[in-house]
Design a protein around this ligand. Structure first.
Ligand code: PLP
Length: 382
């Protein structure tokens, strides 16, 4: 029954733009349709006349944008008869894979780097019932193993090398265009494997290309010809800006990084799987890559939480941190409309959050009226 306007996930919403048929059994948890929130206080703090919006992907069913790709990848895996999926993950892909596999009634195997994934993500993978394999290695090692084992076992890879992932993820660009009535001037994303920045570009291109015309960024489905029922919805496309953590910045270094390190574990990736595609996105969109230190990333995460009431995970803050720096320097001009994707929910990584603010905002006192009152008066400077 779907007589009203009940939202039933992004595949139903964007069916004409996705590789499904009327008979496809859709595996969905109601992902997508996330809020696009206009920042009020940060632009004033920066002192520049810009419109900054954040796309809060942390409000997806498992708390990150990975759900957009996973609904598509698992739907197609099930349609093709697969009984198990596998992925390497810095955490969020494993959470999403585990949840959608549970929903579909198939098995999920996830490879994660031991000790290097945020607590909430580990809890999710285990709770949703994935077979969780902690490897003594990093994401890049896990990714190589997944590719190798898929040739020896009946499992479908659901990392972003699976082209259906990017198809699902491109819908975030559709939502932004529909809400703004245009594409932004700049779209800022944190970059790990570079699948998401590629997917957004595919989405913007699809929405700006008439049926049958050549799409500049060809995806594996349209091969340069948009076969989906594309109406040219927009005439402009954004410059795509990709921000990385300094210790894990292959796009800034110009090639793979051997031992990536960063507090932003979701983007702790030295050998991005969508490297060439993302370079193409940059040259087509006129965008750029840049890097942020771990401290800049954490400072931005906290600034966003304290001045706007929005809690994202560290990796996500790289998009806004980079945007703020480029707005301040004038690289992003005044008058611009900017969208920053907040890829994951802050609740995923409570340890990093608490570690950052414990000393300044957490006080232990006796359970007495005096001490509670004194604490209030002291904090308010009365
Ligand atoms: C996966 C992920 C990223 C990186 O996305 P890529 O497509 O790998 O570039 C960034 N932030 C969060 C929270 C993620 O889970």
């Amino acid at each position: 029954m779907n007589a009203g306007n009940r939202y039933t996930g992004l595949i139903n919403r964007y069916r004409s733009h996705l590789p499904v048929t009327a008979d496809t059994r859709i595996i969905s948890l109601g992902e997508g349709n996330t809020p696009l929130i206009r920042l009020k206080n940060i632009p004033a703090l920066i002192g520049k006349n810009v419109e900054i919006y954040v796309k809060y992907e942390g409000l997806n069913p498992t708390g990150s944008f990975k759900d957009r790709g996973m609904t598509m990848a698992v739907t197609k895996a099930v349609e093709e008869g697969s009984k198990a999926i596998i992925c390497a993950s810095t955490g969020n892909t494993s959470a999403a894979a585990a949840a959608y596999a549970a929903r579909a009634g198939i098995k999920a195997f996830v490879l994660i780097p031991e000790g290097k994934i945020a607590m909430g993500k580990l809890a999710q993978a285990m709770m949703y019932g994935a077979i969780t394999l902690q490897i003594r290695g990093n994401f890049d090692d896990g990714m190589e193993l997944v590719k190798q084992v898929a040739a020896h076992a009946p499992v479908t890879i659901v990392n972003s090398v699976n082209p259906y992932r990017l198809q699902g993820q491109k819908t975030a660009a559709f939502e932004i265009v529909e809400e703004l009535g245009r594409a932004p001037d700049y779209h800022c994303l944190p970059v790990g494997n570079a699948g998401n920045i590629t997917a957004h570009w595919i989405g913007y291109c699809e929405y700006s290309t008439p049926v049958g015309e050549t799409v500049t960024q060809s995806c594996s489905f349209c091969n340069g010809k948009c076969t989906f029922a594309c109406e040219p919805v927009i005439s402009n496309r954004p410059k795509m800006l990709g921000y990385q953590a300094s210790g894990s910045a292959p796009f800034v270094r110009g090639g793979p990084v051997k031992n990536p390190e960063t507090v932003a574990t979701a983007i702790r990736i030295g050998n991005p799987q969508s490297y060439d595609q993302a370079l193409k996105v940059m040259s087509e969109s006129g965008g750029w890559f840049d890097e942020l230190s771990d401290q800049e990333i954490l400072d931005t995460q906290r600034l966003l939480a304290m001045s706007e009431g929005i809690f994202c995970e560290p990796a996500s803050a790289a998009s806004l941190g980079g945007a703020i720096r480029d707005i301040k320097s004038g690289k992003i001009a005044e008058g611009s409309v900017i969208v920053c994707t907040l890829t994951g929910n802050g609740l995923k990584d409570p340890d990093t959050a608490i570690g950052q603010c414990q000393s300044s905002v957490l006080k232990t006192i006796d359970a007495t009226l005096d001490q509670v009152r004194d604490s209030i008066l002291q904090s308010m400077g009365v």
